[in-house]
Ligand binder design. Sequence first.
Ligand code: ATP
Ligand code: MG
Length: 356
Amino acid sequence: MNRRSLSPKLKLTVPASDEGSIAEFLSETGTFKAGNLLVNKEGVRIVSENEVETQPPIRPLDNQMSLADIDTIKVIGKGNGGIVQLVQHKWTNQFFALKEIQMNIEESTRKQITQELKINQSSQCPYVVVCYHSFYHNGVISIILEYMDGGSLEDLLNKVKTIPEPYLAAICKQVLKGLMYLHHEKHIIHRDLKPSNLLINHRGEVKITDFGVSIIMESTSGQANTFIGTYNYMSPERIIGNQHGYNFKSDIWSLGLILLKCATGKFPYAPPDQREGWENMFQLIEAVVEKPSPCASSDDFSPEFCSFISACLQKNPRDRPPARDLIEHPFINMYKDLNVDLSAYFSNAGSTLATM
Ligand code: ATP
Ligand code: MG
């Protein structure tokens, strides 16, 4: 055996008898591709994700990645619990998002969190953001996530203000597929579905992120639960703490509010005085619990869209259809013939890709 060191981290072992033929091959073609492995005169490396556009996210780094292996490029977002950074793996050049949540926790809580994050890591669905790895170090939970180069639906809304129905139907279809996976296959309730937890990319994909994270927040004595934003998309049964009636239908309520916000550009529960905003979270909570559900105006939207919203925003969770029924709703397929191009829409919306 002849061992050739081709990169500081990766060694390619070739039998001595084959060495000549590989060298000949390289001098003839310059490049040899086998799956994600790229071999050329400079050495051998794994091709980064943006070079293999049609490939699904690469998973095998799971047990190999450590924080020492990544370079920070820039901060791309901020949430209640911490920051999200764009990072690049040093020797594969692959981009990831690194989410850091500041949290001083006890050993028992840490175990619970590890458990939750394991659920995240085991999820494999094209409509759910891949969680590659997580670490706990010095009071900070670091989670390495699939990088979504269009940011969140919240970021998109800040640019476009409202999203037309045909695009909404295409977005909603993907979210429902993600929810079908979480609810019906994994038996997970998201609990914190909102525009900033729906991520988009230049391929026109929409994926759900941060499921399980809300449970972490709740279990750590409300460290991050003091913001009114946390309650915005919460269902009435969840707000009043009805554990009995609280199940995955709570996510369907949130989906209804998200769609309404995307369609109208406004959060559906308006504060009494528009200029002031909500004085405190109790006003919002009271409105969600006491007032009739918001609805889409039939003057501005199709009957199908109005009916979809009304199905999601039933106050009694039992009256809300599950994701697997909602995907059959007429609204989801009514614009099918338009062949809506979400990839072009997301790109034209002006989101400069952080990696470019
Ligand atoms: P909360 O802390 O209440 O969950 P949030 O969802 O806004 O609020 P984060 O989850 O930290 O907070 O996300 C903040 C922003 O970071 C998102 O709006 C999005 O722009 C960006 N972001 C998060 N995850 C990714 C990712 N995997 N790829 C690309 N951008 C991301
Ligand atoms: Mg989030």
